[in-house]
Design a protein around this ligand. Structure first.
Ligand SMILES: [Zn+2]
Length: 264
């Protein structure tokens, strides 16, 4: 199933991340669309939680489009959801049954906003926005809600010295994502006062953590970095991808047989 959203030409936070990880991958996946990343079970489980929690009317369609989430079954045994996907459905049900989380998810779901930042086109698909409550909410699957990951120096602009342990959602760039969404929404003269990330696990029972993303200094640094990266990406597109840097280890580099040399 090709999602036309992912083949649009504007930049998105995920294309920015792909570009930062590996320019060759970004070019193949996000610019020329010659390579599609095969979703892992983990990615699919996240999509299933999203679907069930945000767009339950599309659940049947999702289940049909992804036969791999079911066990094989036989003449006498009906196919069942594989464990990871049963966990995903359990998590979505728990999320919706929790009054605080259900309240946070009150709003318009899966809506696309586009805009221009420093002359560069950007887009964002918001999990949930409430215009009345001036709030944007994003869902993120994490391995555990109190786990922190090591972020090396400068991988995020505010991480200095050798590096820092940060919550998973921060390490993965939640300030970039929600900063971008707020900017795109505010360009439509809709004021946003609250940026929220609901982190969830697929544990049984699942854990949740609500992050209020309100560090304006980090949001400003993320937006500054995103703006500059957008300009770089547009420049590379204008030059037909001349001089792209390969990482030599991602799915695309491996499939292209790219081998990097390093002096140590
Ligand atoms: Zn690569």
């Amino acid at each position: 199933m090709t999602d036309p959203y992912h083949t649009r030409s504007e930049n998105s936070n995920s294309s920015r991340k792909a570009y930062r990880e590996c320019e060759v991958k970004w070019w193949a996946v996000n610019v020329e669309h010659t390579h599609t990343i095969t979703p892992t079970d983990d990615m699919l489980a996240g999509s299933l939680v999203h679907c069930m929690a945000l767009e339950p009317d599309k659940l049947d369609e999702f289940r049909e489009a992804h036969p791999e989430i079911w066990t094989k079954g036989s003449k006498n045994v009906k196919p069942r959801l594989r464990e990871k996907f049963a966990a995903a459905e359990r998590t979505a049900e728990a999320m919706l049954a929790n009054p605080m989380l259900a309240d946070l998810l009150d709003g318009v779901r899966e809506i696309v906003y586009t805009g221009t930042i420093a002359g560069v086109p950007w887009r964002g698909k918001l999990d949930c926005i409430s215009v009345e409550r001036q709030r944007i909410v994003d869902l993120k699957k994490v391995p555990s809600v109190d786990g922190e990951v090591w972020v090396p120096n400068r991988q995020l602009p505010w991480v200095v010295r050798r590096g820092e342990y940060l919550p998973v959602v921060e390490a993965r760039g939640i300030h970039y994502q929600l900063g971008l969404y707020r900017e795109l929404v505010e360009q439509r003269r809709i004021e946003i006062r609250e940026l929220v990330c609901i982190a969830y696990t697929l544990q049984d029972p699942p854990a949740f953590r609500v992050y209020i993303v309100n560090n304006e200094a980090k949001l400003a640094q993320a937006m500054e970095d995103l703006t500059q990266t957008g300009i770089e990406m547009e420049r590379l597109k204008a030059h037909g991808g001349m001089g792209l840097l390969a990482c030599g280890s991602c799915e695309v580099c491996r499939s292209m047989g790219i081998v990097e040399t390093e002096e140590i």
